[in-house]
Design a protein around this ligand. Structure first.
Ligand code: AMP
Length: 284
């Protein structure tokens, strides 16, 4: 496995691979890798001939006061994880490699970035689209893998790829969970034991929403209310949002839902940690 921090070297490796007829897959990450990230790399390994993982804690997607400085940086373990998952090349740029001092250009997402996470973290998604566009420019992938865990993010990246006519196929991979249902996240390691116990309520609320959508005649708004009740019952979670939204436009509240699809989206604060989770929901 090649580990490379210089964009031009990465591009050379990728172009070599492509000259040899290889299909190139890219898995962008911020490191602190866990099974969720591994699942993306393993999928890329199955579907591509040359797998590039990127590890970069992107400063522009953190708001002032967020956890940029304390975000876990575990490069050695991450590289082992990449090797075990079958990556061929890991791109580990320094900030100056991705953001020149005199850089002026950013990629601004549209409406999809103005709701939910976009309201609570204004500017976050512009940081994401800008860095992902740059990572695509460096790694020139045929296909890139993202997690459903960041549901709004993968929609925004799909929209960016369409709008900018980027020649990259986007694949969204299922959420990998702990045995009790908690979605794996690099931020889970911030949780105290008591917070970790309470964190299970997110997946529980989503499972209940899914059940109610198939087994009850409750409206999407009533189901959202039930999700909020479950989240609040632990007394530890501060609910930022818990909604059922349109899985393509993220619009909510939903109108008619019978026979339709929705995505349940949750964000909470738990002590000093922010957690998000989601699930696709089908109404019977
Ligand atoms: P991050 O390092 O948090 O930026 O995540 C890198 C990629 O891994 C993103 O596409 C995430 O959606 C994805 N990811 C994070 N957690 C999970 C998970 N539990 N299951 C599947 N994919 C995940």
């Amino acid at each position: 496995m090649i580990v490379e921090e210089l964009p031009e070297r990465v591009r050379e490796h990728v172009r070599n691979a492509r000259r040899n007829g290889m299909r190139v897959g890219c898995v962008p990450t911020m490191g602190a890798l866990h099974q969720g990230h591994c699942s993306l790399m393993e999928r890329a390994r199955r579907e591509c001939d040359f797998v590039v993982s990127t590890i970069f804690v992107n400063p522009t997607q953190f708001l002032p006061g967020e956890d940029f400085t304390r975000y876990p940086r575990t490069l050695e373990a991450d590289l082992r994880c990449c090797a075990d998952s079958g990556a061929d090349l890991v791109f580990t740029p320094q900030t100056e490699h991705m953001y020149a001092e005199n850089a002026q250009t950013t990629v601004q997402p549209g409406k999809l970035a103005e709701v939910l996470e976009g309201v609570i973290r204004p500017g976050h998604f512009a940081g994401v689209t800008t860095i992902v566009a740059k990572l695509f420019a460096v790694t020139e992938p045929d296909v890139a893998y993202f997690g459903q865990k960041d549901f709004q993010q993968q929609l925004i990246i799909r929209q960016m790829v369409r709008d900018l006519k980027l020649p990259v196929e986007i694949v969204t991979c299922p959420i990998v969970r702990e045995v009790d249902g908690l979605a794996m996240s690099s931020r889970n390691r911030y949780l105290s034991a008591a917070e970790r116990d309470a964190a299970v309520e997110l997946s529980r609320a989503l499972a209940e929403a899914s059940r109610l959508a198939t087994e009850s005649s409750l409206s999407s708004e009533e189901i959202s209310e039930q999700m909020r009740n479950i989240l609040q019952s632990s007394g530890q979670l501060e609910v930022q949002y818990a909604v059922l939204a349109d899985p393509e436009t993220l619009e909510y509240p939903l109108g008619r839902t019978s026979g339709g699809e929705a995505v349940g989206l949750i964000a909470v604060r738990l002590g000093t940690t922010r957690l998000i989770d989601n699930a696709l929901i089908r109404f019977s």
